[in-house]
Design a protein around this ligand. Structure first.
Ligand SMILES: [Cu+2]
Length: 197
């Protein structure tokens, strides 16, 4: 009975540690400021091009290192540097911005000091210059992955690999204990002390 108990304890510890690592890995990454919403919202169509785009994060981003590039049919139309007010990052748009498809690429410094970057897109039917988007010219082009996005993806790989490796190690340990206890069952005289008279 004692052997079975220690075996179950080992299995329980293994499963507990494995599960703990799986839970801890994404928690460590969630300390970043996350983009909660944008104006205009991602994937939406607005009748008129707004004079500025607003990005709202889960926490206040740092005032340094913020960059918002608004790119439309005529190229980049960002006007000046973005302004940060609390959780909102506002980027003004040049008054000659035409109607059409827009992609916004952002990079801010999270309050934990890490860079947070991404992209979203929207469609403006009428531009700030009064022009109307040409029908049928709607081509949604996803920009290629930036260096920051690639780095964030590879940094996520480390905790995932650690979790997989440690889970395998713990399963091996549990398997070893099972085999050892079976071996002990086969040779009871060698492992069990003889009961006194
Ligand atoms: Cu972070």
């Amino acid at each position: 009975m004692r052997r079975l108990a220690s075996l179950l304890l080992a299995l329980g510890l293994g499963a507990g540690l494995g599960a703990g690592l799986v839970v801890a890995a994404p928690l460590a990454a969630s300390a970043h400021d996350v983009l909660e919403r944008t104006s205009p919202a991602d994937g939406t169509t607005v009748s008129t091009m707004p004079a500025s785009v607003v990005l709202t994060f889960s926490e206040d981003p740092l005032t340094i290192g913020a960059q918002v590039v608004v790119t439309g049919p005529s190229g980049p139309v960002s006007s000046g540097a973005p302004t940060i007010s609390g959780r909102d990052v506002t980027q003004a748009v040049a008054p000659n911005a035409p109607g059409g498809d827009y992609t916004v690429t952002y990079r801010v410094t999270s309050d934990d000091g890490h860079p947070v970057s991404g992209t979203f897109s929207f469609h403006a039917t009428i531009g700030l210059d009064g022009s109307t988007a040409t029908a049928g010219a709607t081509v949604h082009v996803r920009p290629v992955e930036t260096e920051e996005q690639a780095a964030a993806r590879s940094s996520l790989l480390v905790p995932v690999l650690l979790t997989v490796v440690s889970t395998i190690l713990l399963l091996c340990l549990a398997g070893y204990l099972v085999l050892r206890s079976r071996e002990a069952d086969r040779r009871p005289e060698e492992t069990r002390p003889s009961q006194p008279g």
